[in-house]
Design a protein around this ligand. Structure first.
Ligand code: NAP
Length: 266
């Protein structure tokens, strides 16, 4: 039996096990997907141990996405974003991917939203914002990074080609001209708040929220009320898993089955 897992701390509420197990079961792959809660001061031992034990693949979540960088052969997405969320243990050693970035792009493709030539606003400058900003840029968008701590928006924008950095006070003006507005802050997580003013939305844009608890955040509800197309955060979670699954198994992922398994656990 092949063994895959998610490594993080905490991981007990992770949605990756039911999502991946449903995919293995659907395709008749003899594999199991388990959780590994590693101690922060033993993370290198944990990665080496996983390799030594013959584990086939890992999803890496907080707080280890940066630690994993030292341990893998980085692919382009990892070199750009500076974080690893997927490890494939190959015969040539562990290879690291950032499927938060590639998965977000797959989620936009799935919704028939083309990013090439668009103006995209990314609110936030943390881990999720990095994946979105580099991903949108790679897909051909001009990116405006907006953050509460403005200096962090400038720091991220300096790394991303064609990107600009801004404080939150500029968000309404930037939204007025935006084709895509993405929330990559934790605002709205289990609360009814939005980082974007309700009256700044217009119908001619796509709203994406990385937050997926609740699925319909205040950010997305306000966007929808203005007539904007919305994409919820579970699509990012789904497609980072889809990309990982396809990397690990070489099979086309059963996207609908994974989506159903994921949403039934939200
Ligand atoms: P992070 O690295 O801690 O970054 C948090 C960001 O939120 C920072 O930019 C921070 O601004 C901003 N922020 C926090 N509180 C704020 C407030 N009250 N007003 C304005 N901005 C505020 O977190 P992360 O890992 O990027 O995660 C961000 C969100 O994305 C989380 O809710 C996470 O669950 C979600 N996420 C979802 C997926 C998915 O697959 N859907 C993947 C990754 C993350 P400052 O710099 O000013 O502190």
């Amino acid at each position: 039996m092949d063994v895959y897992g998610i490594i993080g701390n905490p991981v007990e509420h992770s949605l990756s096990p039911p999502m991946h197990q449903a995919a293995f079961d659907e395709l008749g792959i003899d594999a199991t997907f388990v959780t590994f809660e590693a101690e922060e001061d033993r993370i290198e031992d944990a990665f080496r141990g996983a390799e030594a034990l013959g584990i086939d693949g890992l999803t890496v979540t907080l707080p280890f996405k940066h630690d994993a960088f030292e341990f893998v052969e980085p692919t382009k997405s990892v070199r750009r974003v500076g974080a690893v969320n997927t490890i494939d243990f190959t015969d040539d050693g562990p290879v690291g991917y950032n499927t938060d970035m590639t998965g977000t792009l797959s989620a936009f493709e799935h919704h028939d939203v083309a990013l090439d030539g668009t103006s995209a606003v990314v609110v936030g400058a943390g881990g999720a914002a990095r994946a979105l900003a580099f991903g949108f840029e790679e897909a051909g968008a001009d990116v405006a990074v907006v953050n509460r701590t403005e200096s962090k928006a400038h720091d991220l924008a300096d790394e991303v080609p064609r990107a600009s950095g801004h404080g939150l006070d500029e968000l309404p003006d930037l939204m007025a001209d935006a084709d895509v507005v993405a929330n990559a802050t934790s605002v709205g997580l289990e609360s009814d708040e939005s980082v974007a003013p309700a009256d700044a939305w217009h119908g001619d844009c796509v709203a994406f929220d990385a937050v997926y608890k609740p699925l319909e955040t205040r950010f997305l509800a306000d966007a929808a009320a203005a007539g904007a197309q919305t994409i919820d955060g579970a699509w990012m979670l789904l497609f980072q898993g889809v990309d990982a699954f396809e990397m690990w198994t070489g099979e086309d992922a059963p996207v609908d089955v994974m989506n159903e398994a994921l949403r039934s656990h939200l």
